[in-house]
Design a binder for this molecule. Structure first.
Ligand SMILES: NC(=O)c1ccc[n+]([C@@H]2O[C@H](COP(=O)([O-])OP(=O)(O)OC[C@H]3O[C@@H](n4cnc5c(N)ncnc54)[C@H](OP(=O)(O)O)[C@@H]3O)[C@@H](O)[C@H]2O)c1
Length: 351
């Protein structure tokens, strides 16, 4: 078991082998159906809310609706229990359908799943309505985790419309009348109404996180931030962990080619040092990166639409990076963000 300040990380003993090669059944063609990855299913962090969140989840940003069902059903079969969605991804309905089918087929029970979705910028003043809309689309009666997607309230465009209105000046129409404190009150109300178990923040800087702690009656359980070897954010991670906020790495693989295409950014997946470590541990670069984040008590939600990568990204509990290799990865930091929505908003919100 590894500990983080205030949050408890429950992970299996390292060095266990044989997870990926076991076979639970063969069909007539001798096809190997993978064993349920028990560590994927059982490793968890206890959030400040008292609820447990699996350490590895599947992010569904840019997962297209038509492939969702097969992906989610396969993910559940191999042990994924944690799914990260957002109203803005416009695929809550497809995720909801897939979850409903998995439950109906007896593959999993609702209470075994951990479902996250997020309040979009244009809905900051309408947390209740937005949350109910997400719940309806996801076909759920409660969320495990609801996050403020960005600390950027924008012009309201109607529940479910989720537009990012750009003003005549070419920059995002940011609403300066809504305080993040009032957004947080709306989030807290959702907990008291029983619609949401844990609430959290996303893309909050150290100082905005500090502010949230000052006004919160219910403290944020999670800060979901971009972090990977090229964007390590050691101070923010340490600050959150010191105050009992679990850090979840979004874009944990640096977004790979998807972010290169969308934002023109560079992913760490091709880094020669990481490739060397992958050789050394007989793992993929993606597995090295995910393992590195887990070893610094950061939960991860890599996205993939490919079944073989789904499996690969889940096998991060059967090896351990040495302290020297953790330090080596530390030296790769370039303070380089890859998710750059400002490119479309005409304003860099992180400045
Ligand atoms: N809160 C926020 O503002 C925010 C922002 C961004 C993301 N997120 C969350 O974080 C999740 C992950 O972020 P992301 O999707 O932007 O980036 P990511 O997980 O870092 O990278 C995804 C990219 O990596 C590829 N990939 C996945 N596994 C791989 C492997 N084993 N080897 C090589 N390539 C691999 C995927 O391609 P294939 O699909 O082709 O495999 C995709 O192009 C999202 O799905 C979302 O849930 C949250």
């Amino acid at each position: 078991m590894a500990m983080i300040q205030n949050n408890v990380f429950q992970m299996p003993t390292m060095g266990h082998n044989g997870i990926s090669n076991k076979v639970i059944s063969h069909n007539n063609n001798g096809f190997h159906i993978p064993i349920i990855n028990d560590y994927l299913r059982t490793s968890s962090v206890t959030l400040s809310s008292g609820f447990k969140m699996p350490v590895v989840g599947l992010g569904v940003f840019r997962v297209e609706g038509k492939g969702m069902k097969e992906l989610i059903i396969h993910a559940i079969k191999i042990g994924y229990r944690h799914f990260d969605c957002a109203a803005k991804y416009q695929n809550e309905e497809e995720l909801g359908d897939a979850i409903a089918e998995a439950i109906q087929r007896g593959l999993v029970k609702r209470e075994e799943l951990f479902i996250t979705t997020k309040l979009w910028n244009s809905d900051h003043g309408y947390a209740l309505e937005a949350c109910k809309d997400s719940l309806r689309k996801l076909r759920l009666d409660y969320l495990d985790l609801y996050l403020v997607h960005f600390p950027v309230p924008t012009k309201f465009t109607g529940i479910g419309k989720l537009k990012s209105v750009i003003g005549e000046d070419g920059i995002l129409d940011i609403d300066t009348n809504i305080s993040l404190e009032s957004t947080w009150r709306g989030m807290e109300d959702l907990v008291s109404k029983g619609l949401v178990r844990s609430i959290g923040i996303s893309n909050y800087s150290l100082l905005l996180t500090r502010d949230c702690l000052a006004y919160a009656k219910i403290r944020p359980a999670v800060n979901q931030i971009e972090t990977h070897p090229y964007f390590q954010r050691a101070s923010l991670v340490k600050f959150c962990q010191k105050h009992g906020i679990c850090v979840t790495a979004h874009t944990p693989l640096g977004g790979s080619v998807a972010n290169t295409e969308m934002f023109g950014s560079v992913s760490c997946l091709d880094d020669p040092v990481l490739m060397g470590l992958a050789d050394k541990y007989k793992k993929s670069v993606a597995q090295i990166i995910l393992r590195w984040n887990i070893q610094r008590n950061v939960t991860v939600i890599p996205k993939t639409s490919k079944l073989e990568r789904l499996d690969q990204n889940s096998h991060v509990f059967d090896f351990e990076l040495t302290k020297e290799d953790m330090d080596l990865i530390k030296s790769l930091d370039q303070n380089q963000r890859t998710n750059l929505p400002g490119k479309y908003w005409g304003v860099d919100i992180y400045q």
